[in-house]
Design a protein around this ligand. Sequence first.
Ligand code: UN1
Length: 513
Amino acid sequence: LANTAISEALKALAIEAQNPGTSTGTKSMNGGSLLDSVSPVDGSHIASVTQTTPEEYEQVVQTAQEAFKVWRQMPAPQRGEVVRQFNEELRRLKEPLGKLVSYEMGKSYQEGLGEVQEMIDICDFAVGLSRQLHGLTMHSERPGHRMYEQYHPLGIVGIISAFNFPVAVWSWNTALAWVCGDVCIWKPSEKTPLTGIACQKIAARVFAKNNLPEGISCLINGDYKVGELMTQDERVPLISATGSTRMGKQVAQTVGARLGKSLLELGGNNAIIVTPDSDLKMTVIGAVFGAVGTAGQRCTSTRRLIIHESIYDKVKNAIVDAYGQLRIGNPLDEKNHVGPLIDTDAVKNYQKALEKVVEEGGKIIVEGGVLEGEGYESGCYVKPAIAEAENHFEIVQHETFAPVLYLMKYSGDVGNAIALQNGVRQGLSSAIMTNNLREAERFLSVAGSDCGIANVNIGTSGAEIGGAFGGEKETGGGRESGSDAWKVYMRRQTNTINYTTELPLAQGIKFDL
Ligand code: UN1
């Protein structure tokens, strides 16, 4: 079933195999080795993709540089019009692209569609933004002078994205960068190269139709070594990287060493505080979707539930009951809630986390385990698990990219829960479930959550594109997507214009010749 649906999707996305039957692991014609796209859904080898060689990377950068000279001259609203056309293609191809995301990455079909919807939404946002790249005007302290600021594009934006949102995170960056007048080079995750090719093809068609140079949107493929070609490259003024904190630290150091800019969106360790005034039904839906959605592989996934002791048993029982109803299986079958993890390495990390939490003194209350038998042949399907744990456990301090949820109690006042919530190295998303105005406002106050995202009466995952997305501490400090996140893709220039015949100096300095 999956394969017929997928070959139709690939056809709709105009992805045709150029060397059908190519065996894996061989060298491609350009001398680059091949990257295998393997579906965690059924273990099938979908395709092999050529890795970008350093020589090819050089060509890509030159093509991008040439394209930038043309693209930056096009008025921003006209660039917005091109993004609008790109968005029309996304609307037309939402289903096949959503299906490919689901098949190559393993998230549920509904979430695959949701991811493409995020692309559509950010493109809509970018089209509007293309007429709103506003700077300020200032009053000069000197007579007959005018001051204002304007934003110019940076040039080439390098995008390194992760497997878990293989297309949406690229579009957050690229849609904004494009209207800002930048050109983009994208290195998708080596675990999801096909969705990258699908997006690149859609973009290339739209640029070609508008007689625009192809280098406005570039794709390179490969592992971290290919990424390093970009992070070390002074011709790439901004690197936007999404992924693990380990990767982000590497990127930040390499880009920082050449004083380039980096926009980092790294790991989270997101908690929901459940107070005595919470709505139980909303808490259960928010927490369970947050913990098991995308099989716990979102940066925003709920990893910790911090529950007041007075309602602890009630909330725990309700969540455990809900876990009993979860259906795990092929994510393209809409009856299932939870699909596979990305690969068997991810399964090992999940298993290790469950062992570790017990070693550290935690108690498993919903058993995990790897599923076997019909439908689970890929070896990537695991049971979402719950453990009672303490916040200071090393494993709890760590982001395990899998459906493992830690439950912990707090007593007394909400300040104690906030301290636990903030007591981790990461600072991406956070939430409180409460109908108590004082608790909610404290959580949002300066002494409240230290995360980039703080929600009241919704879970930690599933942010809308309209707000700036990202977080503090080891999450890397970057902000992507909505609000004024576009400014990072541009360089600000302050302009002072003198329309008199005198040359007075600022700060009243006298300098006569
Ligand atoms: C990510 O996991 O890197 O807020 C992005 C969310 C999604 C995006 C997650 N809109 O869960």
